[in-house]
Design a protein around this ligand. Structure first.
Ligand SMILES: NCc1[nH]cc(CCC(=O)O)c1CC(=O)O
Length: 328
């Protein structure tokens, strides 16, 4: 499987500005640290094609679409490396493919891009806030701002334009996406994770290759950031365990910090009913070496707290059986 030493390493990428920018970032690091020529190869995905055609994609189910075309290119040898936004990766592994590196992570928080430089709290009641993410929608509802939450699709550029044209008063996006394409100045507010917990893996990249490729060990050595990896493993374990028991929108954020006895991992997570009326929120600390265990146990506690009962589109206000987890 491995190429001659002089052959360029082919890095597969989606064609969007965000994808090519982050793939180029990884390609540059590979070239610099492995001292080998690297070439980007654009792979158009089913998701890109249906976005271009304007066909609506259901929020959650679009996840795998962007990923599978790149993995196919990897498996049939058209590319040697695939770069994904980590939060777009399904939690289950793919046959024949190794997640070899999680490079240093961008700030994982969400941001607001609003008209007239407004923050969420400054938006007049009745304002139209755009997001295609059930997680963001549920947390926006839970904030009780009195705004209308409306669906939103398209790449980052398209979404920002919809604020410019007045179609939306504000939109919510990942800070990392804006930062990577050099448009962070569009953000009018960085959201506190207390108000808006990011998606598991947000702001992180995933570098994959074929699991039998000699390149795997080299890429890990050259690109992997152990702190980012531990944080993301914990967040994804929360997601994987909760997915087993509920289909509610989920936010999770972990970080490795320097504690008194060395490195410490902390994790926060939330699961919400889609209308934001109910939620289960939990946090934990633990050993970064046991990141997945910490995330899994946290999610088990959330399920025991009622996270499994959060799915279903509307919460019946007369049903008091879930009052113990009702938002204040
Ligand atoms: N779901 C699309 C997606 N996948 C990754 C990012 C941004 C970059 C990141 O989170 O790493 C975005 C856009 C967004 O959520 O605003």
């Amino acid at each position: 499987m491995s190429q001659a030493v002089s052959a360029p390493i082919r890095v597969g990428t989606r064609a969007s500005v965000l994808a090519t920018t982050q793939s180029q970032l990884v390609a540059d690091q590979i070239a610099e640290r492995l001292g080998r020529p690297v070439r980007l190869v654009e792979i158009s995905t089913e998701g890109d094609r249906s976005q271009a055609a304007g066909t609506p994609l259901a929020g959650g189910s679009s996840t795998g679409v962007f990923v599978s075309a790149l993995r196919d290119a990897l498996l049939d040898g058209r590319v040697d490396v695939a770069v994904h936004s980590l939060k777009d990766l399904p939690t289950y592994p793919a046959e024949g493919i190794a997640l070899v590196a999680i490079p240093g992570r961008e700030d994982p928080r969400d941001v607001v891009v609003a008209r007239d430089g407004l923050t969420l709290g400054e938006l007049p009641v009745g304002s139209r806030v755009g997001t295609g993410s059930p997680r963001r929608a549920a947390q926006l509802h839970a904030l009780g701002l009195g705004v209308e939450v409306a669906g939103l699709r398209g790449n980052v550029d398209t979404r920002i334009r919809k604020v410019r044209t007045g179609e939306y008063d504000a939109i919510v996006l990942a800070r990392a996406g804006l930062a990577r394409i050099g448009r962070l100045d569009e953000a009018t507010e960085v959201l506190d994770p207390l108000q808006m917990l990011p998606a598991p893996g947000q702001g992180a990249l995933a570098v994959e290759c074929r699991d039998d490729d000699d390149l795997a060990a080299q890429l890990r050595e050259a690109l992997d950031d152990p702190r980012a990896r531990a944080a993301v493993e914990a967040e994804r374990a929360v997601l994987a365990t909760l997915e087993g028991g509920c289909s509610a929108p989920i936010g999770a954020l972990a970080e490795v910090v320097e504690g008194e006895d060395g490195e410490e991992l902390w994790v926060r997570a939330i699961a919400l009913s889609p209308d934001g009326g109910l939620s289960v929120r939990r946090s934990a600390t633990g050993d970064p070496a046991d990141a997945a265990g910490v995330g899994d146990r946290l999610a088990q506690e959330m399920l025991a707290d009622g996270a499994a009962d959060l799915d279903g589109s509307e919460h019946d206000p007369l049903d008091h059986s879930l009052d113990k987890v009702q938002n204040p």
